[in-house]
Design a protein around this ligand. Structure first.
Ligand code: PLP
Length: 212
């Protein structure tokens, strides 16, 4: 029987929670916890027809609206099926075996999974016992060997938030070391002021992930 690559074979497959779900709220899955407003949901249902479900959608209007919303050019945006897929595309596009990847620890678990899956080398930056992170340690963790630095901001499960000044320090270091700095903003709604999106115009080595 054909065997998968070692880096895939060593991964553990986690059972799908969908089928026998007992908890109603899974905060660690970043699910929306409030129902959609009834009129909005009805409008969404009314907009569906057979074609909506059978044809590839025209995404151009969505790209235009998101570009307006975030004050970006449409070619600075890429729609992907969730941040998780976005992270995987980043590994597929930029990393090769034995590349060094800087990340927080603990953080979103899929970072560790992709590092293993793509045969990269983790360089974890940990937290103090009161769940703070030293920005100097984090900045200095980026070396000329670092291909990607993946930072969830806010981070989960710690809830730690880097300030815009700290993100700027990281972006500057990423420019020096030619590292792709990935800021995962899955939880940015808790503090929109610290979004790194505005910095996208200043640094070519910055990629921001958002999920809706
Ligand atoms: C920090 C973080 N990034 C990304 C994701 C995945 O987001 P998506 O559901 O859009 O793939 C999660 C989901 O738990 C997350 O906690």
């Amino acid at each position: 029987m054909p065997q998968p690559r070692d880096s895939i074979a060593c991964l553990e497959r986690i059972a799908d929670i969908g089928a026998n779900r007992e908890e109603s709220i899974l905060l660690d899955k970043n699910e929306r916890v409030a129902p959609f407003p009834a009129d909005f949901f009805q409008e969404f249902l009314n907009s569906l027809n057979s074609t909506t479900l059978t044809q590839y959608p025209d995404q151009s209007e969505l790209y235009r609206r998101l570009a307006d919303l975030y004050n970006l050019d449409t070619d600075q945006l890429l729609l992907v099926p969730g941040s998780d897929a976005g992270l995987k595309y980043i590994f597929e596009t930029f990393s090769k075996e034995s590349d060094e990847i800087v990340h927080l620890h603990p953080t979103y678990e899929m970072v560790r999974v992709y590092i293993a899956m793509f045969g990269c080398l983790p360089k974890a930056v940990g937290f103090s016992s009161d769940l703070n992170i030293s920005i100097d340690t984090l900045v200095n963790a980026l070396s000329y060997e670092t291909k990607l630095a993946i930072i969830a901001n806010p981070n989960q499960p710690t809830g730690t938030l880097l300030t815009l000044v700290e993100i700027e320090m990281l972006a500057k270091r990423a420019d020096e070391t030619d590292t792709l700095l990935v800021i995962d903003e899955a939880y940015i709604k808790f503090d929109l002021e610290t979004s790194a999106i505005a910095q996208n115009r200043r640094s070519e080595n910055l990629c921001v992930l958002r999920t809706f």
